[in-house]
Design a protein around this ligand. Structure first.
Ligand SMILES: O=C(O)/C=C/C(=O)CC(=O)CC(=O)O
Ligand SMILES: [Ca+2]
Ligand SMILES: [Mg+2]
Length: 391
């Protein structure tokens, strides 16, 4: 039942031979045998079958139901496997993408969400804290983040039930309980940790590549009414923990080498552990598109992010916190300087709404320039809102 991949992909296909993202798939005839697949165009390489047929030393890693074993194996193995996969692209181990089921690609260990877009932080600060400085005094000195809920990270295509909770309108005397009336999206880019790090051994900026396996798209669904009432003084909690969607494909970090770009100029001196002036350019020129019910509502530019993923990893571990295979950290909402580059409805509607309605479907896509005119895609992250389950 395997087929050959298409020998020619359309020019500029974001899933060409320069991308080759990893995912976990199963087929209808073997639904309980999820395994590693690699996307090429609109086909999936059955990497487990190809590895077994070739007697690859990595066949065991590719027959797993999650990417965690491969991710834990470390960069030399990641590079060896990628070389092997390139050698299998002309072979008959492919399945049509629409004939497989895609699963959550890795077991999420911890989930951290940052707040790294200066434009987003400024806009949200103005809306949530009018009359105060929109950027808090720490913002330019450290990448602000919070710990999210790893167990509610879901794969693209999973429906999202409208959350319920406490919310209090500014003019109401008391809080009330019910379905969120301000359900929002947050367009973000996620980084997936492969190589773990023991406690008390901070990961310097220069070691980012040794630890980060790949990149995905993230939609950090946010109930703004719940969030605005609950977050003082400890930050986001139930307003964001009900669901976080990730793409089914994890694109290897090195696929973005040609898209590396310098982050915006730093306006404040950085402590040495965050100083990236001598490191490889930490930004990535990823262009995101946000669609709601098929219509493009925004094009957030990831290159505009103030804090880089390498700085975020250095900051996450500088206190001695360990890293585990499967740790996911997201960039924070990606918003650019222009009104059509904002990464959430809170900003796109200047806090006035409308927010998501039941039945709305949100799709995030993104691509970055590769070498020789290629496009490097991130897999889409798709989610539809289902009505709240009220009693
Ligand atoms: O500034 C606030 O009070 C709230 C900020 C957010 O909701 C943003 C958040 O989750 C972090 C991010 O995605 O940038
Ligand atoms: Ca977020
Ligand atoms: Mg979330």
């Amino acid at each position: 039942m395997h087929v050959h991949s298409p020998s020619e992909l359309p020019e500029g296909d974001p899933f060409g031979a320069a991308t080759l993202p990893y995912g976990i798939f199963s087929t209808p005839d073997a639904p309980d045998r999820p395994r590693v697949g690699v996307r090429l165009g609109d086909h999936v390489l059955d990497a487990a079958a190809a590895a077994a047929a070739h007697g690859s030393a990595h066949a065991g890693l590719l027959a797993q139901p999650t990417l965690n074993a491969l991710m834990a194996a470390g960069r030399p193995v990641w590079e060896a496997v990628r070389r092997e996969i390139r050698g299998w692209l002309q072979e008959p181990y492919f399945l049509p993408l629409d004939a497989v089921t895609l699963h959550l690609p890795f077991e999420v260990a911890d989930y951290v969400d940052f707040y790294a877009s200066e434009h987003h932080a400024t806009n949200v600060g103005r809306i949530f804290r009018p009359g105060m400085d929109p950027l808090t005094p720490n913002w330019k000195h450290l990448p602000i983040g919070y710990h999210g809920r790893a167990g509610t990270v879901v794969v693209s295509g999973t429906d999202v039930v409208r959350p319920q909770g406490q919310r209090k309108a500014p003019d109401a005397e008391l809080p009330s309980f019910g379905p969120s009336l301000r359900l929002d999206i947050e367009a973000e880019v996620g980084f997936v940790v492969g190589t773990p790090a023991p406690a008390a051994t901070p990961v310097p900026i220069g070691e980012f590549r040794e630890h980060v396996f790949g990149v995905c798209l993230v939609n950090d669904w946010s109930a703004r009414d719940v969030q605005a009432w609950e977050y003082v003084p400890l930050g986001p909690f139930l307003g964001k923990s009900f669901a976080t969607s990730v793409s089914a494909w994890i694109t290897p970090l090195e696929a973005f080498d040609a898209a590396r770009t310098a982050p915006p100029e730093r306006t404040h001196p950085l402590l040495p552990y965050l100083d990236d002036s001598a490191a490889e350019p930490g930004g990535i020129d990823l262009r995101i598109e946000v669609r709601i019910n098929g219509e493009v509502v925004s094009r957030p530019p990831f290159a505009s992010m103030y804090w880089t993923a390498a700085q975020q990893l250095a900051h996450m571990t500088v206190n001695g916190a360990s890293l585990r295979t499967g740790d996911l950290y997201a960039s924070g909402t990606v918003s650019g300087p222009e009104p059509d580059q904002l990464g959430c409805l809170l900003e796109l509607t200047q806090g006035k709404g409308p927010y998501l309605a039941d039945g709305d479907e949100v799709v995030l896509t993104a691509w970055a320039p590769g070498a020789d005119g290629a496009r490097i895609g991130l897999g889409e992250v798709r989610g539809r809102i289902l009505p709240a389950r009220t009693a």
